[in-house]
Design a protein around this ligand. Sequence first.
Ligand code: SD4
Length: 339
Amino acid sequence: MISRRKFLAATSLTGASIVTGNKSFSNFVEQSTILNSPIVISTWNFGIAANAAAWEILKNKGRALDAVEKGVHVPEADPTNSSVGYGGLPDRDGRVTLDACIMDDLGNCGSVAALEHIIHPISVARLVMEKTPHVMLVGSGALQFALEQGFKKENLLTPSSEKAWKQWLKNAKYQPEINVENRLFSPTKLPGNQYNHDTIGMLAMDAAGNLSGACTTSGMAYKMHGRVGDSPIIGAGLYVENEVGGATSTGVGEEVIRNVGSFLVVELMRQGYPPEEACKEAVMRIIRKKPNTAKEIQVGFLALNKKGQYGAYAIQRGFSYAVCDGNNQKLMVKAKSYS
Ligand code: SD4
C-alpha cells in the first residue's frame, strides 16, 4: 500500500486533488512547483524589499535561517515603516517595544518580547536560540542580554511616530482597527507611511530544501505597556516544521495566540491541507469561536510547505504578501477572504 507521504509526493501539483479525512482539495492556485527550489515569502508589501535581501543569501545557496534574518532586517531598520523595528509606533506610554522570533529547520527557536532600544530584535532572538539554553527573553532581561552581546542601545521613536502617538493621546482610545488596506483595498498605507499594525512574517526554503522562518513587529500601536502579541510566540506568530512547512501570522495577535494559529496551520499541512486551505481553516477557527469580534479585526496567515507551495488567507480582504523565487518577485493581494 502506498504510504501517505509517498502519495503526497507522487501527486502532480498542478490541478492536484488531495483527499484528507473527508475533505477534498482541488485546483489550489497559489503555488511554486519546483521541489527544493529556493523561495522566500513574506507578509505585506514591505515584504518585497525584505524578500530581495533574503534572496541574496538564497541564490548563493545560503541557509534559509540566514536569509530570513537578513530579510527582515530591512523593515526593522526602515524608519518609514511604523509597524516594525525602528520607527515602530509606540505603546500608550510612548515606548517602542518590539517582539520577534526565529525558527530553523532543526526545530531550534529563539524569541524576544517587549524589547526596547534595539533596532534588530530578530538578531537578538537568534542569539537567544544559539547562545542560551532558553527560548524566550523578555523586557529588561532581553535588553540586558542584547547589550551583553554587543548590540547598541538606540532611540527607536522617530519624530513621525512620536507625532502620531501625541495625536493619539488626544483621545487615547485603544481599539484595534480593521487594517486600512481593507477599507481602501490597496496595499496597506496610512498618510505619512503610518501602519497601525502589520508584522513582517517571513518563510524561506533554501537550495538544500530546508525551511526557516522569522517574525518581527512593534506590535499593536498604543498597546498597554508590557503587552506581548503573537509575533514572538512560537506556535502562534510563527512555526516551522522542516518535514512539513512553515506558517506565520499578522493581525490582532490575541486571537492568534488563543488559537495557536501558526502551529495549527503547519499541523493541517501535515494532514495534507494545501497551504491556502490550512490558512483558511485557521482563520475559520477564530471566526467560529468569536463571529462578532472577527468582523471587527484582521488576522492573516501565510504558509509555505515543503514542496515550495504557498498560500494565505485572512479575515478581511486586502491582505497582501510578497513572493520571491528568483525568477519572480511578486506581490499577491488577497481579493477574496472571509469577509
Ligand atoms: C501583534 N500580530 O502584536 C501583531 C501585530 C500585527 O499586523 O501584525 N499586525 O498582535
